[in-house]
Write a protein of this length. Structure first.
Length: 143
């Protein structure tokens, strides 16, 4: 149930031969994102459970289960910015109901991230996924 943007990342990962190249690609994805303005780097958007500073700002269009889920995010760590970009590709543009159906673990496993991230980074990635699901769930429940 991955988006076209996520499929492009998965295809690129298949093309790249080793993890160092993939790691660089994730960092490049993060560099390509617009930074989150300081005004949005607040406790309400901060993701707990990450070793780095991480902020996720939801931008949801509509109400209820059919609302379109988008978000912006940022981090003080380049690799984490890249992971935010990967999650953006995985989730942005889906309805909040679809966000809740995404098997993030399965989709991210296709990239081999679990095998190459430290336990702290893996925990942080899970915390970001949980935050995204929470935000989508809150919107879905309002319908």
């Amino acid at each position: 149930m991955a988006t076209e943007a996520f499929e492009e990342i998965a295809d690129t990962f298949e093309f790249l031969d080793d993890w160092e190249e993939r790691y660089r690609h994730v960092i490049e994805l993060g560099k390509a994102m617009d930074p989150l303005e300081d005004a949005f780097r607040v406790s309400a958007t901060k993701v707990d459970g990450c070793a780095s500073q991480v902020w996720i700002l939801p931008e949801i269009e509509g109400e209820g289960p059919g609302a379109v889920f988008r978000f912006r995010g940022d981090s003080d760590a380049m690799i984490v910015r890249g992971l935010i970009a990967v999650l953006h590709a995985l989730y942005s543009g889906l309805s909040v109901a679809e966000v809740l159906k995404v098997d993030a673990g399965g989709e991210l496993a296709r990239l081999g991230l679990n095998d190459h991230l430290s336990s702290q980074r893996s925990n942080g990635l899970r915390a970001m996924v949980e935050r995204i699901r929470l935000l989508a769930g809150q919107t879905s429940a309002l319908g």
